[in-house]
Design a protein. Structure first.
Length: 202
């Protein structure tokens, strides 16, 4: 089993560094290897730190690949895996903005390279139907309570809770249809929800 952690370099509000998604993907992958590496023939590829983050490119320091570029990179990596004895490729995704693209990649790479492909999230973001606190009104998708708590556990010295502020789009939470995880999907950027760029209540 080959595991490729996929992170991101993007803003997460004033209280968190830009490496949050990459650190989470990398740490969860390492914990997975430590937990089951003796029982399963499991290999970790180096974490892919830059991925599709165009919803955050308005914020200086964000690094992003286009959808086309990321799919090509994943295809090139899968082609390399396909010539090894490994038949299973797992994407361990730390960035919600990659989710739909990685689902597409799983299917495409299954067909193109005859690999069994899987997508795993350390936690499911509310935008994909995961939980969010009542205080966050189902909007805690980026730099909110869950992500901040997990990162604070992993890198407590890199979290500045004095800078943490609530950023919950209550106008959107009240919309029955157009919302994160709702029946109607929509294109958005993190700047749509406030100047800090995070969405939640850390």
């Amino acid at each position: 089993v080959i595991v490729l952690p996929v992170g991101a370099i993007e803003q997460h509000g004033p209280h968190l560094p830009m490496s949050v998604d990459t650190v989470i993907a990398d740490e969860v992958a390492s914990a997975l290897l430590n937990a089951v590496g003796g029982d399963i023939d499991l290999w970790l590829l180096p974490t892919l730190a830059v991925s599709k983050s165009n919803e955050h490119v308005w914020s200086q320091g964000t690094l992003s690949l286009s959808a086309e570029t990321l799919l090509r990179v994943l295809d090139d990596l899968a082609a390399c895996v396909a010539v090894t004895p490994a038949r299973r490729l797992v994407f361990l995704n730390g960035h919600g903005g990659n989710s739909s693209l990685l689902v597409t990649a799983c299917r495409d790479l299954r067909v193109a390279h005859d690999l069994l492909t899987f997508l795993v999230h350390p936690f499911i973001p509310p935008a994909s139907g995961g939980p969010s606190t009542e205080e966050e009104l189902g909007m805690g998708i980026h730099g909110g309570l869950h992500e901040t708590a997990l990162f604070a556990y992993l890198r407590p010295d890199q979290v500045d809770m004095e800078q943490a502020v609530r950023s919950v789009p209550e106008w959107m939470a009240a919309n029955e249809w157009v919302r994160f995880g709702g029946s109607v999907q929509f294109g958005w950027t993190s700047r749509d929800f406030g100047p800090q760029g995070h969405i939640g209540d850390p």
